[in-house]
Write a protein that binds this ligand. Sequence first.
Ligand code: BEZ
Ligand code: FE
Length: 287
Amino acid sequence: MATEFTTDITEAVVDSFAGTADPRLRELLGALTRHLHAFARETRPTTGEWERAIDFLTETGHMCTDARQEFILLSDVLGVSMLVEALNGHRDPGATESTVLGPFHMTESPVRELGATIDLVGTGEPCVVSGRVLSRDGTPLPGAALDVWQADGEGFYDVQRPDVQPPGNGRGLFTTDTEGRFRFRTCVPSPYPIPTDGPVGALLRATGRHPYRPAHIHFIASAEGHAPVTTHLFVAGSPYLGSDAVFAVRKSLVQDFAETDDPSLAREFGVANPFRHARFELVLEPA
Ligand code: BEZ
Ligand code: FE
């Protein structure tokens, strides 16, 4: 705590946190104070503008419910979620790149058998997604857990349209087989807009930004002795790959959902031939 009068309000506030027992909390509060004050000095907000900013954050809080997380959305459109992910992500370039979790991983995915469909309503073009979960040295990881979730063919998650989609639609929790393999059926995902009926939507409109995300499927892969990865599989050729509203696209995660004419593979997957097929390998770093 500052003991003498100081005209430097920034240092006075930083000093006021000097007694914080947790050193990391002290560091975070000090840096937050310095950066916020630098922002105010640089932009010189009027009191009306500052009130508007506080109103915006208040509206963001009021928009949050068990089924809606507007603060995550704000962090996403400001690119902070992806930046924090990148700063904490795996350094090993051979491991699968991570991306944002997003706000729709809010219900538990139903446990499903390998090969099952996660598309319970059939709103889109059928496809198969298959691949393996591997350790960094290429060893397959049997018994790995793969949590998968996606929007339906019209671009909505089950929680957004409970009147149209049964709970668990577009979601599945799979376990890899003895060779680390997984496969499931679904529909080819579509691009969709992030929710725009709250303050984050107003921010996008005020700044002329579009709200769309390129077509994708979310994955969390975890296996014993390995660091889990939260990632996406993006559909090659999808609109918005170059302008994702939440800045989460990584080139290494874009895969073809290729038209496949292979009757025996179609039989193995239990789908009509020809079919759309995406392959995806998830590589985990040993913990
Ligand atoms: C999603 O992909 O589910 C998502 C991610 C960030 C913001 C909104 C939606
Ligand atoms: Fe999504």
